[in-house]
Design a binder for this molecule. Structure first.
Ligand code: MG
Length: 301
């Protein structure tokens, strides 16, 4: 090829390559958002409806299409047969179990740690019997003393201990669920991504984590927080208003969950979003209004 022809061919080649780039940046319209059919599975804690009897609680929940029930651990052990009877024939399952054990995993005192080990295992076994997604735990609240130092050795210890619990959980077809809180309550574990990294390092399918929209004031992005855990590690979500921890909607415009919901929908999250909040209003109104708000925002996400 003569030098002049080579230059011509090169120029033509460059032009051909660059044309589509120009077209895509200047002429194309964004692709329409794919329809996402991930359903929103809502769950209530035992106090959410404000009703006393299990039959009453579950009647209200069924009328609102709530599919999960999250009892406290102690409550589950004390009322197992009542709960089982009241759930029979309904389209509601036990979602996660909210704590209810004694002691804590990072206790310095061996007696407190032993108390944790036996009571937490008892809850895992009960969770398994109810087909629950897992038992929620916080490694150490700020007020729990004496606590192991917040250092690398303690993190290694936590991973080892969680992996043992995770194996036990798997034997009972359930999981350990780590809950990050905000710094005022539990400085040890504050971010969903940090909890997810602990799950990864445990290398055990029985160790999972969760996000709580109330505590997620710690996060810079709800979307990024949930995505960091992904479907592999995210096992539960807690829901509350974002100012006073009341029913979603009671804090007005602050109660925007669309960014976090978008992550849950995109990853195909198939576990529960469970109410953990009080209410300043009449629950006969505030509870259905909160459910409607969440469904509306889920549809938007
Ligand atoms: Mg919570």
């Amino acid at each position: 090829m003569k030098r002049r022809d080579f230059i011509k061919a090169s120029v033509a080649g460059t032009a051909l390559l660059s044309v589509p780039t120009i077209l895509t940046t200047s002429c194309s319209t964004p692709a329409p958002k794919e329809k996402n059919d991930t359903p929103l599975k809502l769950s209530f804690q035992s106090g959410t409806t404000g009703k006393e009897e299990y039959a009453e609680k579950f009647d209200v929940m069924e009328s609102l299409g709530i599919e999960g029930f999250e009892p406290g651990g102690r409550e589950l052990l004390e009322n197992a047969s009542k709960i089982e009877a009241a759930l029979r024939g309904r389209n509601i399952k036990v979602s996660a179990i909210c704590a209810g054990f004694d002691g804590f995993i990072l206790a310095e005192d061996p007696a407190v740690k032993a108390e944790f080990d036996s009571t937490y295992r008892e809850l895992l076994a009960a969770a398994g019997q109810f087909g629950s997604t897992g038992v929620i735990m916080v490694p150490a609240f700020n007020h729990q003393e004496p606590c192991k130092a917040h250092n690398q050795a303690t993190r290694d210890y936590l991973v080892e201990e969680l992996a043992k619990l995770g194996e036990f959980a798997l034997q009972h077809n359930t999981t350990v669920i780590l809950e990050p809180l905000n710094r005022n309550e539990a400085f040890y574990l504050r971010l969903v991504s940090d909890a997810a990294a602990i799950c990864r390092d445990c290398n055990c399918a029985g160790v999972k984590c969760m996000g709580d929209f109330w505590h997620m004031q710690e996060e810079t992005s709800d979307y990024a927080a949930f995505m960091a855990a992904g479907k592999e590690y995210l096992q539960h979500v807690h829901m509350a208003s974002r100012g006073q921890r009341r029913m979603p909607g009671e804090d007005g415009d602050k109660d925007n969950y669309v960014d976090g919901f978008r992550a849950l929908k995109e990853m195909g999250y198939d576990k529960y979003v469970s109410f953990e909040c009080g209410s300043d209003g009449d629950r006969a109104q505030t509870v259905p209004a909160a459910v409607a708000l969440l469904r509306e925002q889920w549809a938007k996400a």
